[in-house]
Design a protein around this ligand. Structure first.
Ligand code: HEM
Length: 509
């Protein structure tokens, strides 16, 4: 064992860990070169033809991958039918793949469902790294998500948080003893913000020609966000057996094409309304106005990019903030610590984005939530298009790659008591500020998330203002409801809480 570890190439700590774990589990290693470490990562035993597919039936593969990592180590391969997939479960190896080995792993491998829903990679997030990606990432950063883009929408973000607080106050006044549904309130305001940024208007309804009727904002949300998220995890078994592609899979095709068609009809209607506004000479600050002025995209590309801005703004920030409020409501002592920090830093002033750099504990709450409840547990799949090495192992061209952020953040070698939600872990002096980004919740390297600044601005200011104005308490019996659903890690059961306005009699007594 000793000599095996010693012979592992530099940078192969993950391989060493894998070898140690596999030795302990008595596993057979793949073919070795004489006196050399295993050439390729360990293969999780599976069945002929289907490989490991039968072990991944549940729609939460990140949890299965993390369990396998405890046996096979931080890097291993699985087979999904005809494809070979390398799965990464530690920060060190994931970083190596996303940063150092990026040139060999810069393309995406999409499922059939995702290819249809993204119009064959016509989005920033799903496109392969190349001229189109560079151009559209620049567009989205310049107009909306970079530092100056974000400044333009600061009033919109403030309005969003003010509206949420007004709704909370109204609900509490209405019935102080009823738990309120956090997600309903946050979701409505966040979706409004995403429409204002993307389209320039606080759209409340739109006429959709294909449906022959006017649809409400709630229905727009359903067609452009909820249905798309659910459909994105639809599985076409032919993805795993390309040689059987000739066999029809009609129920899958109907479901995906119908969902895609509804999204496109709604987005077309929304964009056409705004084009009429622009023709009337009413320019506004929005992503759509910016893209039209650039005049470099086809109608189809324009539609996809504007939809991307809507869905990305409306989803993960909600997931993160809901989990953060769940944890703070569950841990009153941590909520108190945050409240005290806010009082010390802000006094009687309302928390604003300007205060964020000085709210150290708030920042830790945000990053610890991203770690414990990674909103994007699996990085959108990558594809190894030219052979490379990872953690000292050979990875052949044509391998698919899954980066399991959930697995990285639950890895006991990287994190003490990873199951625990402990913002303090960043504040005990052993961590650098940069360590918070160790969660890689936003990915890393050239494909890192474009919207991390917006997510942080919205989530952190919301959390701070929610705690500044109310004391939060979970609905009885909800303490252990940590199940998730969907592509992003939504809480399975929406958060229900009791809010008590700070300064009210109950709080002071
Ligand atoms: C807490 C909230 C968020 C999390 C955890 C998150 C996470 C991620 C992750 C893991 C990736 C993939 C990175 C990779 O492939 O290496 C990504 C990409 C991306 N995200 Fe986010 N995201 C969040 C919020 C947002 C928001 C608010 C927007 C826009 C409004 C956004 C826009 C994007 C875009 C455009 C990409 C593609 C970047 C590229 O491929 O170059 N994200 N995000």
């Amino acid at each position: 064992m000793e000599s095996l570890v010693a012979s592992i190439p530099a940078g192969g700590a993950a391989a060493a860990a894998a070898a140690a774990l596999a030795d302990r589990a008595g596993l057979v290693r793949p073919k070795n070169r004489l006196n050399a470490p295993p050439a390729e990562p360990y293969a999780v035993p599976g069945l002929p033809l289907i490989g490991n597919l039968h072990q991944l039936k549940e729609k939460k593969p990140h949890q299965t991958f993390a369990k396998w990592a405890e046996v096979y180590g931080p890097i291993y391969t699985i087979r999904t039918g005809a494809s070979s997939v390398v799965v990464l479960n530690s920060t060190e190896v994931a970083k190596e793949a996303m940063i150092a080995k990026f040139p060999s792993i810069s393309t995406r491998k999409l499922s059939k469902a995702l290819s249809v829903l993204t119009q064959d990679k016509t989005m920033v997030a799903t496109s392969d790294y190349g001229d189109f990606h560079k151009m559209v990432k620049r567009y989205v950063m310049t107009s909306m998500l970079g530092t100056s883009g974000q400044k333009q929408f600061r009033d919109t973000r403030n309005m969003m948080v003010d509206n949420m607080l007004s709704t909370f106050h109204a609900l509490v006044t209405d019935d102080p003893n009823a738990p309120l549904n956090f997600r309903e309130v946050f979701k409505n305001e966040l979706f409004r913000l995403s429409l204002i940024q993307a389209l320039g208007e606080d759209v409340s309804s739109v006429y959709v020609e294909e449906f022959g009727k006017v649809i409400s904002r709630e229905e727009i949300y359903q067609a452009t966000v909820v249905d798309m998220m659910m459909c994105a995890i639809e599985v076409d078994w032919r993805d795993f057996f390309p040689y059987l592609r000739w066999i029809p899979n009609r129920s899958f095709e109907t479901r995906v094409l119908t969902t895609e068609g509804r999204r496109t009809a709604v987005m077309r209607a929304l964009i056409n309304e705004q084009k009429k506004r622009i023709e009337r000479g009413e320019a506004r600050i929005s992503y759509l106005d910016f893209l039209l002025a650039e005049n470099t995209l086809t109608d189809e590309q324009l539609l996809m990019l504007v939809w991307e801005a809507v869905i990305e703004a409306a989803d993960t920030t909600l997931v993160t903030t809901e989990w953060a409020m769940y944890e703070l409501a569950k841990h009153p002592e941590k909520q108190d610590r945050l409240f005290k920090e806010i009082q010390e830093v802000c006094g009687n002033e309302t928390v604003t984005e300007d205060h964020l750099p000085r709210l150290v504990y708030l920042n830790a709450v945000f990053h610890e939530t991203l770690r414990r409840h990674a909103p994007v547990p699996l990085v959108p799949p990558r594809f190894v298009h030219e052979k490379t090495t990872l953690a000292g192992y050979d990875i052949p061209a044509g391998t698919e790659m899954v980066i399991n952020l959930y697995g990285c953040n639950m890895n006991k070698n990287d994190w003490e008591e990873p199951e625990e939600w402990k913002p303090e872990r960043y504040l005990d002096g052993r961590f650098e500020t940069a360590d918070m980004y160790k969660t890689m919740a936003f990915g890393a390297g050239r494909r890192a998330c474009a919207g991390s600044l917006q997510a942080m601005n919205i989530s952190c200011v919301s959390i701070a203002r929610f705690v500044q104005e109310f004391a939060w308490r979970l609905k009885e019996g909800d303490e252990d409801k940590v199940d998730t659903i969907q592509l992003t890690s939504y809480k399975l059961l929406p958060l229900h809480v009791y809010l008590t306005p700070r300064g009210s009699k109950e709080m002071n007594s």
